[in-house]
Design a protein around this ligand. Structure first.
Ligand code: GLA
Length: 384
């Protein structure tokens, strides 16, 4: 059934409905560097969150998510927007609230059918995908003159201030600036970015989902963010830096005792990961896929040992992936503590790869992992 028919089944047939797609994202490399003024390298993916909307004459937003069908239609009033007991409507409420606070005129409600084709809470940014879907819908319905950067910043603000995750800017940036077959090399300090062609030759991007659920707001994500801020304060005091991007490995080595073991490791990850991201950019530009793959593997080791955001489930997938034929590289992806990892695998080896890694995962962890082939797609858009 088409997405419009699904809308019609829930809300009744409308003449004026418009369909949208906001993608999810992967991150090639550059993990936990965004809130540390480092480099990241995300790409939008072909799957994401679909939306069908039809403008109403009153002030109600009536929203239904196919992913939470048990919740039925949720009714929100534009004139009385407040936090919801359920989590998923808060991404919508947060974005609309902040757009209104910026002074944008949003004076009518709409019926809103939502369907995500990326797993929730799995590290493919289902939440940023939904925030940007809402922003794109509102921009289109009300003809708002709002820049990409403003939408990106508002999406981050929803996470930080409405949901309570102190995340960086990577997810929203990668989604809004997404382009088919391109990754976005982003300097998170200056917000300068470049679209880079990703030509993996005969390889595919295989996403390996641990199916270990996590709620970022409850997780150690905020504690890593806090440790980074603490380390930054020490480095600022000791070396007069004004951004984490000024820290070099040489500088860090002189501060091992002052920082203490844990903070030293955290900063070592930040510095080396940002450097690996720039090296990956160079490797991809040169077509050096083996070099790129090796950087992915190093990234995983650093996230596992220095930043300590991996877990048995992610390590089992990634380390088993490393042993398979035709694998350029593999690493955990996104915040960590569960969610997804990624491997770049030769196309002809993919079925055997999935079978071998899946079997090992089941044996060690006791339940199944899921595998998806992802392609790099365009940013948020109106669908014909
Ligand atoms: C989550 C956050 C991002 C980023 C990654 C880790 O996806 O939303 O801002 O920090 O984790 O790289």
């Amino acid at each position: 059934m088409s997405i419009v028919n699904e809308f019609n089944e829930v809300f009744g047939t409308r003449e004026n409905s418009v369909s949208f797609l906001s993608p999810g994202r992967i991150n090639l490399i550059g993990e936990h560097t965004d809130y540390n003024d480092g480099y990241v390298f995300p790409s939008a993916i072909s799957s994401g969150t679909y939306g069908v909307v039809s403008l109403r004459e009153d002030s109600l937003i009536r929203v239904y998510s196919a992913n939470f069908s048990e919740d039925g239609i949720i009714e929100l009033d534009l004139n009385d927007l407040k936090r919801h007991d359920l989590q998923w409507p808060n991404y919508i409420i947060g974005m609309v609230t902040f757009l209104k606070e910026e002074g944008y005129q949003i004076d009518k409600g709409w019926d809103f059918y939502i369907k995500g084709t990326i797993p929730n809470g799995a590290g493919l940014s289902s939440s940023a995908s939904l925030e940007i879907l809402v922003a794109t819908v509102v921009k289109e319905l009300f003809g708002l003159d709002v820049s990409d950067l403003e939408l990106i910043r508002l999406g981050k603000k929803v996470e930080n201030e409405f949901i309570g995750v102190n995340s960086g800017i990577m997810d929203q940036f990668g989604i809004v600036k997404g382009r088919k077959n391109k990754a976005v090399l982003l300097n998170c300090q200056t917000l300068e970015f470049e679209h880079v062609t990703v030509d993996l030759k005969e390889h595919q991007i295989v996403i390996m989902n641990t199916n270990k659920k996590r709620q970022l707001s409850d997780s150690d994500y905020n504690s890593r963010q806090k440790e980074s801020a603490e380390a930054f304060e020490i480095l600022k005091r000791e070396r007069g830096i004004s951004s984490m991007s000024e820290v070099t490995l040489e500088m860090l080595l002189t501060l091992e005792d002052t920082l203490g073991e844990v903070l030293f490791k955290r900063v070592r990850h930040i510095v080396t990961e940002s450097a690996r991201t720039l090296l990956s950019y160079q490797a991809l530009n040169k077509g050096d896929l083996d070099g790129f793959g090796e950087l992915l593997n190093q990234s995983h080791r650093s996230l596992r040992d220095d930043y300590e955001v991996s877990c048995l489930e992610l390590d089992t997938l990634v380390e088993t992936a490393w042993e398979q034929p035709g694998v350029l590289g593999a690493r955990m992806m996104g915040a960590g503590f569960g969610g997804c990892s990624m491997a770049i695998v030769s196309e002809k080896e993919v079925p055997a790869f999935i079978e071998a890694v899946g079997a090992k995962y089941k044996e060690v962890i006791g339940y199944e992992a899921d595998f998806y082939i992802e392609t790099i797609g365009d940013g948020p858009r109106v669908l014909d």
